[in-house]
Design a protein around this ligand. Structure first.
Ligand code: NAD
Length: 499
């Protein structure tokens, strides 16, 4: 059995014997590796080495730190095929999509190459007589990141890219379900010139996460995962005096107005609902056609497009999507399909029972489509995270807007229309963090920031972009006075003002 190691102080380190999790091959349904689950001793070792390494790294000037980022970006390009195959073999997403996962992380690294400019502070000359004021962004020290299974390259890079570029040392606790790519990324960072100890990968589960949140040396924690866990991570981290950002689950809606280009919309919806087997927080699992005619026409076209989907091994170039992450998750998605039927929704297409010749034990699930889903249904209120699209019919624009705005999650939303006024009003009023206008998956580019509202995000700063720089730095403001000689001023017992 392949044993996956931690990555501490620039080298691989085995975990404690006998304490491990299983990593599956989702195509074949078999266990392919063991991943260690860190004890607090292993975490302590990583954190103390990181604290040591961080001192020198923070003293390294930003331009040199940027050079490591430039080289890391180059290495990502050189190793793209290898990384994509490794990613796909543990996650199950198809190779092209695995490359997309790496590429979106790489784009954040490109943003981090500009760190000397991004870290420039503010300066006011002559704020008072002989007085200048300047503010600088300083790193926090040792920070941590906890990531979900569904983007094992992109999300770690969302976090460690800005954190390290800003001069911090980083402890990454990736998902124990597909942990190999994060270790490979850490190796490439060392090859790019990062000093050992600045980036460490410590595998683990709930216990490791809690040890990170309680660790006195770790100053900030970034978390991405499901909402209940995000909320408890946020609470526990805050209780231990940490800065925490915790992104949660999602249930993104696609609102389709009567004037939308239906063929284009259907192509967009099918890709966004079923790509990566629906295991994306920016998937589009709910479609809201406005008006009966729109609903009927959309449903007819959707059924044709969904029936044409090809499900295959993650290495099959022709497959639109591959297997789910594991059997337990597939059972969970299947239970939502049964629940939807029991709740009275119409299961137009049922993906259960799908089997791929030669991969019968793989975690595959065919695409499903529900119609006549209503807001009271549990299958609508909760995140399913699988290849399932739900049609929720609305009579008016206002109803569509309300649906997306009232939902407990507020990660992403999309509107499909040719009407600029309606689109603008929708974008302005909808209670959701990321909005697409004829864009089904509106993940912001690397120089903006990513973050959802309501139960999709706890904390007040988004991932990457300038918010990433803000999250991983603290501002120090210096007020200095250099009088031109003579006594400075009389003794004063009054708070200094600018009168
Ligand atoms: P998850 O919440 O099960 O796990 C996320 C991380 O938390 C993992 O590293 C895991 O080891 C750890 N963890 C698991 N149980 C824990 C517990 N009880 N206490 C503390 N930590 C625990 O999420 P997942 O299944 O890996 O990923 C899918 C979820 O992530 C979906 O809900 C999806 O919407 C969400 N997600 C959100 C975003 C976003 O940016 N909003 C992006 C990607 C995924």
């Amino acid at each position: 059995m392949r044993e996956i190691d931690h990555f501490i102080s620039g080298r691989k380190m085995p975990g404690t014997p006998g304490h491990y999790g299983q990593v599956f091959d989702p195509n074949m349904g078999a266990v392919q590796a063991h991943v260690p689950l860190a004890s607090s001793r292993e975490l302590d070792l990583a954190v103390s080495d990181a604290a040591q390494a961080q001192k020198g790294w923070a003293q390294t000037n930003p331009q040199r730190r940027a050079r490591v980022m430039f080289e890391f970006k180059r290495l990502l390009e050189v190793h793209m095929e290898e990384l994509a195959h490794l990613l796909s073999s543990e996650h199950g997403k198809v190779i092209a999509d695995s490359k997309g996962d790496i590429q979106r992380g790489l784009e954040v690294i490109e943003f981090c190459c500009g760190i000397p400019h991004l870290l420039k502070g503010e300066y006011t000359q002559g704020a008072g007589p002989g007085i200048d004021v300047y503010s600088a962004r300083q790193p926090l020290g040792v920070v941590g990141g906890i990531t979900p299974f569904n983007f094992p390259a992109m999300i770690p890079m969302w976090m460690f890219g800005p954190a390290i570029a800003c001069g911090n040392a980083f402890i990454l606790k990736p998902s124990e379900r597909d942990p190999s790519v994060p270790v490979r990324l850490a190796e490439l960072m060392i090859e790019a010139g990062l000093p050992p100890g600045v980036l460490n990968v410590v595998h683990g589960d709930k216990d490791t996460v809690e040890a990170i949140l309680r660790h006195p040396t770790i100053k900030a924690v970034s978390f991405v995962g499901s909402s209940d866990i995000a909320q408890s991570v946020y609470a526990l981290g805050a209780q231990h005096g940490k800065r925490v950002q915790a992104m949660g689950g999602a249930k993104n809606h696609g609102i389709v107005l009567a004037d939308a280009d239906l063929d284009q919309t259907v192509a967009d919806l099918v890709g966004a609902a079923y790509g990566s087997a629906g295991e994306r927080c920016m998937a589009l699992p709910v479609v809201v056609p406005v008006g009966r005619e729109t609903a009927e026409a959309l449903r007819e076209k959707l059924v044709v497009a969904i029936k044409a989907l090809r499900i295959g091994n993650s290495t099959d170039d022709r497959a639109h999507y591959g297997p789910l992450i594991n059997a337990a998750h597939r059972s969970k998605v299947e239970s939502y399909l049964q629940m939807g039927v029991d709740e009275g929704a119409e299961l137009v297409l049922d993906g259960r029972g799908f089997s791929l010749a030669g991969s019968e034990q793989g975690f595959f699930l065919g695409p499903s489509l529900f119609d006549h889903v209503t807001p009271e249904m549990r299958t609508y209120r909760e995140e399913i995270f699988g290849p399932v699209l739900q049609i929720v019919r609305a009579e008016t624009f206002e109803q569509g807007l309300e649906l997306a705005s009232r939902h407990q999650y507020g990660n992403g939303v999309a509107i499909f229309t040719r009407n600029g006024d309606a689109a603008r009003e929708f974008a302005d009023r909808v209670e959701v963090g990321m909005v697409g206008i004829n864009v089904p998956i509106p993940v912001p580019v690397a120089y903006h920031s990513f973050g959802g509202w309501k139960r999709s995000g706890f904390g007040d700063l988004n991932q990457y972009g300038m918010d990433g720089v803000r999250f991983y730095t603290r501002t120090k403001t210096i007020t200095q006075r250099w009088p031109k000689g003579g006594p400075i001023s009389d003794q004063s017992f009054v708070i200094p003002t600018m009168r």
